[in-house]
Design a protein around this ligand. Structure first.
Ligand SMILES: [Zn+2]
Length: 59
């Protein structure tokens, strides 16, 4: 029944961001995050990172 659809998963994760201050999860458009129009609901911090873990500071 619950087959994990990679496309859906990707889309789900793409729109999910984590507050870098309080680690709250937010679902919003990446475009808005890029334009810094999104703030954390919990603490109001503007530093958000995508839930997608491929982006890790390397080097
Ligand atoms: Zn926060």
């Amino acid at each position: 029944m619950a087959t994990p659809n990679p496309v859906t998963q990707k889309r789900l994760y793409r729109n999910v961001f984590i507050c870098m201050k309080c680690c709250a999860r937010l679902r919003t458009d990446p475009i808005r995050v890029k334009e810094k129009k999104v703030r954390c609901r919990k603490c109001g911090y503007k530093g958000l990172r995508p839930k997608n873990r491929t982006i890790k500071t390397k080097g």
